[in-house]
Design a protein around this ligand. Structure first.
Ligand code: AMP
Ligand code: GLY
Length: 428
């Protein structure tokens, strides 16, 4: 069979790689792909991104099914367009993708459906927004309503920072349309976890737990990024918490969407804040929904899947995810992002990447911002590579990953040296 993966980052390289492990797959097309998917075995890049072109390509090439990586094509209605032509595609419709494309929609939805989340207000008027901030006090969080490529959230430690963020978004046009409305919410404390599930409209199949590191610098300091690394499993999500997250967050989300006439299909990612306390009672709150897999969480997650993933997608298309299981490698996987100079503010592009170490069964170098030109691999984005390795323990997985990152060179490379630290046993 021929498959289509839509997107061009590390998440899509990892998805395409896992799908090509299936004996049933001849080719995984990746649109638009990157320097890694350009040369991957049984992978082929297609240089298209417009929804109409993707539909035409899938028809012309008899694609068995498509999987969508990033949020932008989902918000643009790629799933609706494929379905209108009778083509199979895994992802939420444009209406369902509002859980990510509008923070206000997501917050109102959670409130209506009694899904735990931070208290909030939603504003288009700067003066009203500021009055709310003064009333609530700092710390407080200001979020652009729309998609802002992971940059639309200001965690303000002072009232002034929050007031400035409102001016930037509502007054200054930072983030454009996405920032024409702001959600202002209560500052939450605790530890974050990513909880990702596959949905077929009625049933849910949870992915292995994972956690990303959003800050640029070691110790989770420095500016927020799209994600500097991730690991799976995330030990914070104990079996008790897993059950509670399904019961308190995931099931009510699926049921709420179905009840409101917008059945949710595709990957659903709940970004959670888990406060201190015993697992049976510690507060779990939803920070955000993403209507797709996380990047870089996908890279370690794909590394741990042992079964034929095409079959899992087919169970989803058949509405049978309640009968599906995934065979997880019990080892830990860690993905370390190697970013370009000046990431995240103003990533420098065009640096030459020296020849990469060969991939192995336990260590893969997934590409994100790379392009291949005349056999020369160059950086073409902020996040360049995600080196992902398996190990018997978190420490072993770290050792394996960092043994490979240290052999990779391009000018200006930056990467964290402590991915997974929160998961290390406390006595280390
Ligand atoms: P989001 O895109 O909504 O997940 O926000 C990006 C990051 O900002 C999250 O991963 C958190 O680290 C932080 N954040 C978002 N909302 C809150 C909140 N209400 N309280 C504290 N931190 C938050
Ligand atoms: N790693 C966070 C995200 O994909 O949004």
């Amino acid at each position: 069979m021929k498959l289509l993966v839509i997107g061009g980052g590390g998440r899509e390289h990892a998805l395409a790689w896992r799908l090509t492990q299936s004996q049933r797959v001849n080719t995984v097309f990746v649109a638009p792909g990157n320097g890694g998917t350009a040369t991957g075995e049984r992978m082929q890049n297609v240089d298209i991104t417009a929804v109409a072109d993707l539909v035409q390509f899938a028809k012309d090439n008899h694609i068995a099914f498509a999987v969508v990586g990033p949020e932008a094509p989902l918000a643009a209605g790629v799933v609706d367009a494929f379905r209108a032509e009778g083509l199979k595609i895994f992802g939420p419709t444009q209406a369902a993708a509002q859980l990510e494309s509008s923070k206000e929609y997501a917050k109102d939805f959670m409130q209506r459906n009694h899904i735990p989340t931070a208290a909030y207000g939603s504003f288009t008027d700067a003066e009203q927004a500021k009055a709310y901030i003064r009333e609530q006090g700092a710390p407080i969080v200001v979020k652009a309503d729309g998609l802002a490529a992971g940059k639309g959230v200001i965690v303000a430690m002072t009232e002034q920072e929050a007031l400035d963020a409102v001016d930037d978004m509502l007054g200054g046009g930072m983030f454009g349309e996405a920032g024409a409305r702001v959600v202002i919410e209560e500052f939450l404390t605790g530890e974050e976890a990513s909880f990702i599930v596959m949905c077929d409209g009625n049933h849910v199949l949870p992915m292995a737990t994972s956690q990303d590191h959003k800050r640029l610098k070691d110790g989770d300091e420095g500016p927020n990024t799209g994600g500097m690394g991730a690991y799976s499993p995330a030990p914070i999500v104990s079996p008790t918490l897993h059950n509670r997250i399904m019961r308190e967050v995931i099931n009510p989300t699926l049921q709420g969407m179905a009840k409101e006439g917008i059945p949710y299909t595709g990957f659903l990612y709940a970004g959670l804040m888990i406060d201190d306390g015993p697992d049976a009672t510690r507060p779990i709150k939803v920070l955000e929904y993403n209507c797709r897999l996380g990047d870089p969480e996908t890279q370690p997650i794909m590394m741990r899947i042992k079964n034929d993933l095409t079959e899992t997608f087919e169970m989803a298309f058949a509405g049978q995810l309640d009968q599906a299981t995934i065979d997880w490698d019990r080892r830990t996987a860690i993905g370390v992002v190697m970013a370009s100079a000046n990431y995240p503010e103003n990533p420098r592009l065009g640096d030459v990447i020296q020849p990469l170490p060969a991939d192995s069964e336990t260590c893969m170098v997934f590409h994100a911002g790379t392009t291949l030109n005349n056999n020369e691999l160059k950086t073409s984005g902020g996040r360049v590579l995600c080196v992902t390795a398996l190990g018997e323990s978190i420490r072993r997985a770290q050792d394996a990953t960092y043994a490979t990152t240290s052999r990779i060179h391009f000018d200006g490379k930056q990467y964290r040296s402590d991915i997974g630290w929160r998961a290390l046993p406390t006595n280390e």
